[in-house]
Ligand binder design. Structure first.
Ligand code: AMP
Ligand code: GLY
Length: 442
């Protein structure tokens, strides 16, 4: 027992889930979340009466100095950096230089997510199965590239993607030459992130994501999930940060060995070999195509909402797991999971993703939270006089656990039926986990 203080950097449901994982540790006495959200202390204070939960709102994830100020104010035993922005800004490197114990990849290692050109070239160097691609910082050359492709096949599917971080908005699907010209022009609208860009072959198949934790040399699989990125059911509507997910994703369950051998292990090994060891959580966005599994993208962190269905299934002390990674002892760590199925349904405010309605009262969340096998994690929630109000697009996450996808899915939807946002302003998808329900029923 060491009465440790942990600082978590981040704001949403993923960070709420991380706070719970650290509070469950016998070593942790105090958790600070910067900036966090009001629901974190609201929901966790009673469950951990002898621990301290603090949210530090006075910071901005885009302002590295504001986060450094918070780190310096406390006496910290561990800092966990969850979102991609602070990782890209080099927050891990600066904190390590100042002597802090930090969990997350360095700025160079997080290029696997924040620099798509670097990432695709890295995959090419290490023979990691990927779509064909070209990369550009020049519109004329990019136009010539797509003209060559469409002169061979008029209806080729391509993705034009800004190389830098774009909050999930930087990938544009195109199906003909006119759309390709437009997408290439659109890259400029992403500012520095779109100065250079990738044009990729569009591959076809079912998507899934795998999460591996690494100490830079060894890795272990935390779990695998399937996210649902579009706003509406059955892949309709604009892309969002993620409207819900489930774990395990059965599409990947029977092929985890080749996924590890061909897509995960070569990244950890290759990055170590190239002198940029990856310490942190590696997120593989994969697709099972008719030619086998290929990489859509790698990220350098836990997913949101995937963390909400992965972390609660770990049957180990998360603080000990992270310390083992930082110290390079992951190989000796006994990582176990509980084998349950979890479904996370995201409750969003209408208007999300562009213009979510804010300041509306949320009702029924406490009622839903006391149901069996239900856990709720907050995101865009503000607490005033002990009442809950919306303050962002993705508002809350309802996570249900069960023996299989049918059981967990039913519990999640029974729970969310109790919740409302004033003015009929709650939106959620009704088909989360549907791919595996279909698979089981077939
Ligand atoms: P990204 O911004 O890279 O996460 O891409 C967003 C979504 O676009 C992914 O979840 C996929 O559904 C799709 N996507 C991106 N790249 C490709 C690709 N090369 N082939 C097929 N789908 C893709
Ligand atoms: N759920 C997608 C992401 O975290 O990037």
């Amino acid at each position: 027992m060491e009465n440790a203080t942990v600082l978590i950097v981040g704001a949403g449901g993923r960070e709420n889930t991380l706070a719970e994982a650290y509070l469950d540790s016998k070593h942790v006495k105090r958790v600070i979340i910067a900036p966090g959200n009001d629901f974190i202390p609201y929901s966790l204070k009673e469950r951990y009466p002898d621990k301290e939960i603090i949210i530090e709102k006075d910071c901005n994830l885009k302002d590295r100095d504001s986060l450094l100020n918070i780190a310096e104010f406390y006496s910290l035993d561990l800092i966990d950096i969850a979102p991609e922005g602070p990782l890209e800004s080099g927050l891990v490197d600066v904190l390590e230089d100042r002597g802090y114990n930090v969990f997350g990849p360095t700025q160079k290692a997080s290029k696997i997510e924040s620099d798509k050109i670097w990432s695709r070239l890295f995959m090419e160097r290490h023979n990691i199965p990927s779509p064909l691609f070209g990369f550009f910082d020049d519109t004329d050359k990019a136009e010539k590239y797509v003209e060559d492709i469409y002169s061979g096949k008029e209806d080729s599917l391509l993705y034009v993607k800004a190389s830098g971080l774009c909050g999930g908005k930087g990938a544009i699907r195109v199906e003909n030459i006119e759309e390709a010209y437009t997408a290439i022009k659109q890259m400029k609208t992403f500012g520095d992130s779109g100065k250079s860009f990738v044009i990729e072959e569009g591959i076809i198949g079912e998507e899934f994501s795998v999460f591996a934790i690494s100490d830079g040399i060894n890795y272990k699989i935390l779990g695998w999930a399937q996210d649902n990125k579009t706003l509406y059911d059955k892949g309709k509507g604009p892309n969002t940060g993620g409207m819900g997910c489930h774990s395990p994703a059965l599409v990947a369950s029977s092929i985890m060995d080749p996924i590890e051998d061909n897509l995960i292990a070569p990244v950890i090994k290759g990055m170590e070999k190239e002198g940029v060891p990856f310490k942190g959580i590696l997120y593989l966005g994969g697709m099972l195509t008719k030619d086998g599994v290929k990489v859509i993208e790698f990220n350098a962190r836990l997913g949101d909402p995937e963390a909400q269905v992965i972390l609660p299934g770990l049957q180990c002390d998360y603080y000990e797991l992270v310390q083992a990674c930082i110290k390079g002892n992951l190989n000796d760590f006994n990582l176990k999971t509980d084998g349950k199925t979890r479904v996370c349904v995201v409750g969003a405010a209408k208007g999300y993703p562009d213009n979510p309605i804010k300041g509306c009262k949320i009702t029924g969340l406490d009622d839903a939270g006391i149901m069996d096998d239900i856990n709720i994690y907050g995101a865009g929630i503000e607490v005033r006089n002990n009442k809950l109000y919306t303050s962002g697009g993705r508002v809350f996450n309802i996570v249900a656990e069960g023996k299989d996808i049918i059981d967990a899915g039913k519990k999640a939807y029974d729970a969310i039926a109790r919740v409302d946002i004033e003015g009929n302003n709650l939106h959620y998808r009704t088909d989360i986990g549907g791919s595996d329900v279909d698979r089981i029923l077939a």
